[in-house]
Design a protein around this ligand. Sequence first.
Ligand code: ATP
Length: 379
Amino acid sequence: MTEFGVATPSITVAGGRPATATGKSLSVVSVRKTYGDVVAVDEASMEIAAGEFVTFLGASGSGKTTTLMMIAGFCEPDSGTITVGDRDVTRLAPQKRGLGFVFQQYLLFPHMTVHENVAFPLTLRGVPKDEIRRRVGETLEIAGLSGFGGRKPRELSGGQQQRVALCRALVYRPPVILMDEPLGALDKKLRDQLQVEIKAIQQELGLTVIYVTHDQEEALVMSDRIAVMRDGLIEQFDTPRELFERPKTPFVADFLGAANFLPGRVLQNTGEHTVVRLDQSGSLLNARRHDLASGTPVTVAVQPGRIRACAADEGFCTGTVETATYVGTLVRAGVRVDGGDASLLRLEVPAGRGPVTGERVGITADPDDVNLFPTEQGG
Ligand SMILES: Nc1ncnc2c1ncn2[C@@H]1O[C@H](COP(=O)(O)OP(=O)(O)OP(=O)(O)O)[C@@H](O)[C@H]1O
């Protein structure tokens, strides 16, 4: 385990950002867990670099917590292996793995002070008193809690209590910190603030963090990479940008960006674009170049923030603005497309330039923002 103040090697995490790592790498290989007939996690595999912030994102019941609990050691996989650094921990008891945890419930000892709570893991490990005082002081300072050491948990706000829980996980510099919905009990403003703080601490210390959430925005803001989980499977494991701009399945496009979907068929590939004829309007749409043959039935996917209203005779289809809702900096509009089954397209446009209800508009998108999925994928 790396100790405070010890120089550590420089590494490059996914995304190319150099960091000084105190965290270790983690490898999950073909891990499976069933409960009777329910396959909670199905052959999950991932390689996580030292110093990387990885989030498990998915709807309720998709297998996020079960995967985290198998890494923690609280739940034994039916098969597969889990390695921390170069140590196989698959069958080790949780306390022998030495990992750090932060849960939604802060689980602080109410009768102990903040200092005693944070010191607890070091006390358990028999660290000398002076060393404990020094490390607890340093850790509280990192989390902006200097001066709070003498308080009891009940004398702190929810956000401060969660920071104490984070300090307790940080204080013995575990090779990996596991966080299960740690901000779930806090209001939005505090959650936003703590997201930034946790990310800053993680980067500064080069921690390896595995974070569970069902909040897409939280995952996009905090993560180097996100594993999108669905029915026990990892649907895609990628950077936030790749997931948002290059989703590999309609599920990921919808889960991360609430994408608009339109059915169509590939007409041809030009140098830069794949041209699609839309089923509904019969009009043509340019998508970025995909490796799909002419005639392939496809689902066209575009995020609401990546399509624009234009003059009614321009764009790849026309329609009537059915709703236009002002939401601060944005207007969310619903446009009922002409013809066929008259799909409703959702647009997000900067407030002040938004279309108004009843207006006839064309719809356009930059080809690079248009993703195509062969229809057999379930789109
Ligand atoms: N101890 C258990 N016994 C039986 N089934 C379980 C058990 N734990 C989890 N499951 C099932 O395994 C599946 C995955 O559950 P898991 O808790 O990992 O999902 P999750 O994505 O973390 O959901 P949530 O966001 O609601 O916590 C679900 O169908 C769940 O009902």
